[in-house]
Unconditional design. Structure first.
Ligand code: 5GP
Length: 180
């Protein structure tokens, strides 16, 4: 695999697509076990835009009835978290009385996911589970429990597989890290 140039920065290959597929297989197996007897279909919540590839890969491995919903949030600008969680686009369906499985691409400090879980509970969701493809354990500081984690990675800025650097890089199927 080759390095890629996005805006002014170079990124080098970091996590292969086949490794990501293994991590997603693991999450899917746990969800299939946990929801095999669910009577009320849960909502799979895709956190746009970053989680779009992960959500698509995950949902095709899920074998129980579910509803797909989405929401757009943003707290990142450039390569550093701005710390604020901003609701950019509302939820596409009501969550009241529902079990919601949040599909997030990556959890960094945990601020975004904690705020999102809180917001869904305020809106009346019955049960909120957190599912993230990637976690940076060294910087995670939220007290929120993460129910399903695909893979842990060091504290570095990555792109690809849905993740962007100022909107570029989402289309690559492998993950790349900032080459410094
Ligand atoms: P947190 O609130 O956990 O600090 O940040 C979570 C959000 O920041 C994620 O949803 C993701 O959009 C963004 N983010 C965190 N780390 C990275 C990274 O390494 N690369 C990219 N492109 N986005 C990241």
């Amino acid at each position: 695999m080759e390095k890629i140039l996005l805006h002014d920065k170079t990124f080098r290959p970091f996590i292969s697509y086949s490794r990501l597929e293994q991590a997603i297989d693991g999450i899917a197996a746990k969800l299939n076990e946990d929801f095999k007897d669910a009577t009320d279909p849960p909502q799979l919540l895709c956190v746009l835009n970053g989680a779009v590839m992960f959500t698509a890969e995950l949902m095709k491995r899920l074998s129980f009835p579910l509803e797909l919903i989405s929401l757009k949030l943003s707290s990142y600008q450039g390569t550093k978290s701005s710390g604020k969680v901003l609701e950019v686009m509302g939820l596409t369906a009501p969550v009241e009385g529902k079990t919601v499985i949040i599909c997030e691409d990556i959890v960094d400090t945990g601020g975004t996911i904690a705020a999102l879980k809180h917001m869904l509970q305020e809106k009346g969701a019955k049960d909120v589970r957190i599912c993230t493809m990637l976690l940076k354990p060294d910087v995670f500081k939220a007290r929120t429990h993460l129910d399903y984690v695909g893979m842990e990675i060091p504290n570095a800025f990555i792109v690809g597989f849905g993740l962007d650097y100022d909107e570029l890089g989402r289309n690559y199927k492998d993950i790349y890290v900032l080459d410094e």
